[in-house]
Ligand binder design. Structure first.
Ligand SMILES: *[C@@H]1O[C@H](CO)[C@@H](O)[C@H](O)[C@H]1NC(C)=O
Ligand SMILES: *[C@@H]1O[C@H](CO)[C@@H](O)[C@H](O)[C@H]1NC(C)=O
Ligand SMILES: *[C@@H]1O[C@H](CO)[C@@H](O)[C@H](O)[C@H]1NC(C)=O
Length: 348
């Protein structure tokens, strides 16, 4: 009897309350749905970024991709024409839009090395971008542009194109040095490194006994379906490594048998060179993939490369390096006391 009364109280006696009550319940439900929705967005991680690796599910043959990619722009005269000895040719990977980085490199270390920038095409505004790059290429004569999509995941393709281009245009070079546009290069120490490692097949900063990145959020993510081995016994950091030109043909031939992997240095220096061809990876810590804590000329002097260097940092360190280089002809011991500051302990 009492219960009936209560229900009557809710829905019967005060009919006027029914509609507001439904509205209230609905809004409570709505609120809680919204809170759940909102908190799930805050608390749960975002879905993994689209890594654009699906094309590799279709075909993982390097040949398949390379054969379709055309060379669009290159220096009008072949860089090594009429030159008998080219100790080092430098190729820099650079996305089309990074004018500032290329300009900083041109006015600093590239003055001392034959240096070329290798570019792909940039997504939605290809035409406009290509016009700018065309002007740049005319002006500086140091761009090599290929007809393929510029993307971090496509760096392996780009490296293969760089190897092929070196073989076609500068076969007499002794070493190809492959590097990035955010790398500081010290041409004087770079030459010393080569002199100290004359017989190297591949030479760089050897990263040993590591594991592949299986985290889909990582920039260096390699899914297991691309490379089932977790462990890598050693590879050369892609920030800057030398390949003896003698071995480029071997590498490219071998690469037609080794299924493509998205990470360039793992693919070429580990899977193709070390594992498939059993080549030796030589280590020189001066080809550093890191950056010194201190922006001192003398610290950079002891390194052949440093990574993550902005155009501003490059511009500020360069005059100091040039001064040290001039002095070093008469004072061999220059910067001696700074050597320990360029050890791995003071790099990050
Ligand atoms: C991938 O491309 C290569 C070279 O064009 C071809 O020989 C091979 O059959 C292709 N593989 C697949 C799975 O389509
Ligand atoms: C890599 O380049 C090829 C050829 O242009 C293109 O089909 C593919 O989508 C590119 N990959 C990415 C991740 O952009
Ligand atoms: C990697 O191993 C080589 C010898 O195989 C060694 O010379 C080099 O110092 C090691 N690399 C690092 C970063 O310790």
């Amino acid at each position: 009897m009492r219960r009936k009364n209560r229900i009557f109280w809710l829905f019967g006696r005060r009919k006027r309350c029914t509609i507001p009550l439904i509205v209230l319940i609905a809004s409570i439900l709505g609120m809680s749905w919204w809170i759940a929705e909102f908190s799930s967005k805050v608390l749960l991680p975002p879905p993994p970024p689209d890594q654009n690796l699906d094309h590799l599910r279709r075909n993982r043959s390097l040949k398949y991709y390379i054969s379709k990619i055309q060379l669009l722009i290159e220096p009008s005269s072949s860089p090594c024409d009429g030159v008998e000895e080219v100790p080092i040719i430098v190729l820099v990977t650079s996305p089309p839009t990074r004018f500032e980085q290329r300009s900083a490199i041109r006015s600093t270390w590239a003055k001392h090395q034959p240096t070329y920038f290798v570019l792909g095409l940039d997504g939605p505004s290809v035409d406009e971008q290509l016009v700018d790059n065309y002007v740049e290429a005319k002006q500086h004569g140091d761009l090599v542009i290929f007809d393929f999509q510029e993307h971090y995941q496509n760096l392996t393709l780009k490296t293969a194109l760089m190897l092929q281009w070196t073989l076609d245009r500068c076969p007499q070079a002794e070493f190809l040095f492959k590097t990035d546009d955010d790398v500081f290069v010290n041409p004087w120490t770079l030459k010393k490194v080569v002199r100290d490692n004359k017989d190297a097949q591949l030479l760089g900063y050897s990263i040993n006994d590591t594991y592949l990145h299986r985290d889909a959020y990582s920039k260096w993510y390699i899914p297991r379906w691309l490379c089932p081995d977790d462990f890598v016994s050693g590879y050369l950091s892609g920030t800057g490594y030398f390949i003896s030109v003698e071995y480029i043909k071997k590498l490219l031939t071998a690469a037609t048998y080794v299924p493509l992997v998205n990470i360039e240095d793992i693919y070429f220096t580990y899977l193709v060179a070390k594992r498939y061809l059993r080549l030796t990876l030589s280590h020189d810590r001066r080809l550093s993939p890191k950056k010194p804590w201190f922006l001192f000329g003398c610290v950079y002097w002891h390194l052949a490369t440093a990574h993550n260097i902005s155009p501003e940092e490059l511009a500020s360190i360069w005059p100091k390096i040039e001064d040290i280089a001039k002095e070093s002809y008469t004072r061999k011991e220059i910067c001696k006391y700074y050597e320990f500051l360029s050890s791995d302990l003071f790099l990050y």
